[in-house]
Ligand binder design. Structure first.
Ligand code: SAM
Length: 281
């Protein structure tokens, strides 16, 4: 790919979604862009760039951002966070009935927010007053998430009991593979919305008891991460907890949040930091 074409794709990804591509990402951008070039029947990357820049509807920008983002996820990824979620919700439930509001930012194809709902029901029971806001930039992954139908490979980290309770076998997919559908009881806790994490302030008022913002900050530079964390802080109540990806860090950011457990953060006066320490398996 010509260097100036690559640079313009990078600028677009950064300006519109905070996604920092740059050095070493030429091959990735070329492969992803090639799919759009083919889908539109255009004559190469430069022609696609011009098409993208001229498209006043914004539809191709959505498709471009869909193409350059990585959506890898599966049910109960980084399982220690679901253990912590269960422990927290059990403690809160022991103080009496209450609503639970959870934000799953960068929810991708839905495995993460559905797993959060399943964990909540297992921890505090099926009558739980639970609402989960699941957001992502990509319209393509949001459509998959709303459909809530998954191949068996995505469920490998789910216990047999969870699969039995919260999934129904659906007709095999077009490739003849076994697929499972999330049950309506779980789905009713979730709302899926498109939200760009690089453009705070977000329209939500909060507070959220738990915020899952995992495996997305790694695509952002320090400036975008700082803006994002500032607005997450605004949406956290005194006892709220933030989960980020195990390979991510809040290091280098201005924040008063402190580590509660691995990749798990709370405010410094959270009582859990004294005595009642909490942690994943
Ligand atoms: C690797 S997936 C992480 C999924 C899930 N949180 C997990 O940990 O398994 C990253 C997700 O971030 C989304 N994403 C990337 N840039 C974004 C942005 N600016 N705003 C919102 N979501 C974004 C992508 O569409 C993708 O679905």
């Amino acid at each position: 790919m010509e260097h100036n074409v690559f640079t313009r794709f990078c600028d677009l990804a950064y300006d519109k979604a905070g996604i920092y591509l740059r050095e070493g990402k030429e091959a990735l951008v070329a492969t992803r862009v090639a799919k759009r070039v083919k889908a539109l029947g255009l004559d190469g990357e430069r022609a696609y760039l011009e098409y993208l820049e001229k498209d006043a509807t914004g539809d191709e920008l959505v498709a471009f951002l869909d193409a350059v983002t990585t959506n890898y996820t599966f049910f109960f990824r980084e399982p220690e966070h679901f253990d912590i979620q269960a422990q927290l919700m059990k403690r809160w439930a022991a103080q009496g009935p209450r609503p639970y509001r959870i934000w799953c930012a960068a929810s991708s194809t839905g495995e993460e927010p559905y797993a959060i709902a399943m964990t909540a029901r297992e921890a505090v029971g099926e009558d739980v007053d639970l609402r989960i806001l699941a957001t992502d930039l990509s319209t393509r992954v949001l459509a998959t998430a709303r459909a809530g139908v998954y191949g068996a490979d995505r469920l490998e980290k789910a216990s047999k009991e969870v699969v039995r309770k919260y999934f129904k076998r659906a007709p095999d997919n077009a490739r003849g593979e076994r697929v499972y559908s999330v049950t309506p009881e779980v789905r009713e806790h979730l709302v899926f919305k498109r939200l760009n994490l690089s453009k705070p302030p977000f329209p939500m008022k909060g507070p959220f008891d738990l915020v899952f913002c995992r495996n997305v900050m790694m695509y952002f530079d320090l400036t975008v991460r700082q803006r994002l964390v500032n607005d997450i802080e605004r949406l956290m109540g005194p006892e709220s907890v933030l989960f980020i990806g195990r390979s991510e860090t809040l290091g280098g950011l201005k924040t008063n949040l402190v580590a509660l457990s691995a990749a798990t953060y709370c405010w410094p006066d959270n009582p859990l930091l004294e005595g009642g320490r909490i942690g994943g398996k």
